[in-house]
Design a protein around this ligand. Structure first.
Ligand code: GDP
Length: 367
C-alpha cells in the first residue's frame, strides 16, 4: 500500500534503506508495537541525538498550507525567549485563520509575576509583530501549570475546527502536545519526542480528536539568530534555563563590564551609577570586571572561567552593538536565546558584544 508509516516520536516518514537519513528504522524493528525512528529511539532511550538540519523554506511551505484550511492556529511561544519565538511572516502564512497565543515556560518566571500586566505586554508586542491573537494564555507545558486554562481556551476557540500547533523550535510544542494528549484522555505515555535540542519534530503529525478533527503538530522553524542554536547539546542545559530564573542584580559604575559566561559581554560605557538586572540561566557564571581589563581577561579565560562554550570556536566571532537608553522607562536589553538585562530609569550608553548574527535588541521591560 502507499500508506505512509510515521515515527510515533517525531512524525517523520519511516524508511529502512539509509541509516544516515531521517526516519531510518532497521527492518527488524518494524514489527515493534510503538514504532520510533532510530533517532527518536536514541533520544528516548539514551538521551542522545544526531543533529538534523531543517530547511526553513520547507517549513514555510508547510505553514503556507494552513492558509488553505479552516482551522485554529495555536502559536506556542517561549516566554523566556520571546524574541526567538517569532516566525517571520506568520500572519501571511496562516491566511484568515484565527490565532491563539500560548505563552509557555511560565515556570521560569518569578512567582511574583503579575500575569495580567504581562498579558498586556504580550498582546502589545504581538501587535508590533503584526499579529492580533484572539487570546493569550499562559502555561508551563513541562510542569503542567495552567494547562486547564490553556486547553479550555483552545476548546472554546476552535469551535469544531482542526488545531494547528506552530512555533519556532524548542518553544515547547511537543511537550505541550504530550500534555494535551494525556489531558484529553486516551494515550498515557509520551508519544512525541521532546528534547532540549533543536528540530526534534520533523514532519506534520496528526493527532485525531473525538469529533473527527485533529491536532496537527508542525515541526517548528529553526532560528539561527538565537544563541541557543549554536550551543553544543552537552552544554545547552547550562544555557537554557531549567528552573525559575533568579534575577541577578548588579550595581555598576560606568566603565564596568559583565561577562555572561563566554556567550556575551555587557559594557556600561557612560551614565550615572545604576543597577542592572540579569535574567539568564542560573547556571551561567557572570563575571564583573573593569572595562579596561575586559579584553585581556577575555583573552586569558575564554573557554575556561568564561564558559560555556568550552570551545569558543563553535560561535561566530563577536560583534558590538551600541545602545543608548534614555532612562524614560525600564528597558530590557535582549540577547536572543540567552536572556535579557533590565536597565533602570537612568540614562546609559551600553555596548553589548555577542556572536555575529545573534539578535540583540531593546524592548519595554517584560517584568
Ligand atoms: P519543540 O521543539 O517546540 O517541540 O520543543 P520541545 O517540546 O521539544 O521542548 C524544548 C525544550 O524546552 C525541552 O528541553 C523541554 O523540556 C523544554 N520545555 C518545554 N516546555 C517547558 C516549560 O513549560 N518549562 C520549561 N522550563 N521548559 C520547557
Amino acid at each position: 500500500s502507499d500508506e505512509r508509516v510515521q515515527c510515533e516520536g517525531c512524525g517523520v516518514e519511516i524508511q529502512t534503506e539509509s541509516p544516515a537519513q531521517v526516519g531510518y528504522v532497521p527492518s527488524a524493528a518494524l514489527k515493534r508495537e510503538h514504532l520510533l525512528c532510530q533517532r527518536c529511539f536514541r533520544i528516548r532511550n539514551y538521551g542522545e541525538m544526531e543533529s538534523i538540519q531543517q530547511n526553513p523554506d520547507d517549513y514555510l511551505h508547510l505553514l503556507g498550507e494552513i492558509a488553505n484550511t479552516d482551522s485554529l492556529v495555536v502559536q506556542v511561544i517561549d516566554l523566556f525567549d520571546f524574541t526567538g519565538s517569532w516566525i517571520p511572516g506568520i500572519h501571511r502564512h496562516i491566511g484568515n485563520n484565527r490565532l491563539l497565543l500560548l505563552a509557555n515556560k511560565i515556570d521560569l518566571f518569578p512567582k511574583t509575576t503579575k500575569w495580567g500586566r504581562l498579558r498586556e505586554w504580550v498582546l502589545k508586542s504581538a501587535n508590533d509583530y503584526g499579529i492580533h491573537p484572539i487570546d493569550v494564555v499562559f502555561c508551563s507545558a513541562a510542569k503542567g501549570d495552567r494547562i486547564d486554562q490553556a486547553v479550555s481556551s483552545i476548546e472554546r476557540h476552535r469551535q469544531g475546527r482542526d488545531v494547528y500547533i506552530v512555533g519556532t523550535t524548542n518553544v515547547g510544542k511537543s511537550t505541550f502536545i504530550n500534555r494535551l494528549i494525556r489531558d484529553l484522555g486516551g494515550i498515557n505515555e509520551d508519544v512525541i519526542t521532546t528534547s532540549p535540542y533543536p528540530g526534534t519534530t520533523l514532519d506534520m503529525i496528526r493527532i485525531p480528536l473525538d469529533d473527527g478533527k485533529a491536532i496537527i503538530d508542525s515541526p517548528g522553524i529553526v532560528r539561527k539568530d538565537r544563541l541557543s542554536e549554536w550551543i553544543d547539546p552537552k552544554e545547552l542545559r547550562m544555557v537554557v534555563p531549567q528552573s525559575t530564573v533568579k534575577p541577578k542584580v548588579y550595581q555598576l559604575n560606568d566603565q564596568q563590564t559583565l561577562f555572561i559566561g563566554g556567550l556575551a559581554r555587557f559594557d556600561f560605557i557612560s551614565g550615572p551609577r545604576q543597577s542592572f538586572v540579569c535574567y539568564v540561566s542560573n547556571r551561567l557564571y557572570i563575571h564583573r570586571t573593569k572595562q579596561e581589563q575586559a579584553d585581556s581577561f577575555q583573552q586569558r579565560h575564554r573557554g575556561g572561567m568564561l564558559a560555556p562554550p568550552t570551545d569558543p570556536n563553535c560561535l561566530p566571532s563577536w560583534k558590538k552593538h551600541v545602545l543608548h537608553l534614555s532612562g524614560k522607562e525600564k528597558q530590557d536589553i535582549v540577547i536572543s536565546g540567552l536572556g535579557w538585562i533590565t536597565c533602570g530609569q537612568h540614562r546609559a550608553k551600553i555596548e553589548v558584544w555577542a556572536p555575529e548574527g545573534i539578535q540583540v535588541l531593546t524592548r519595554a521591560a517584560i517584568i
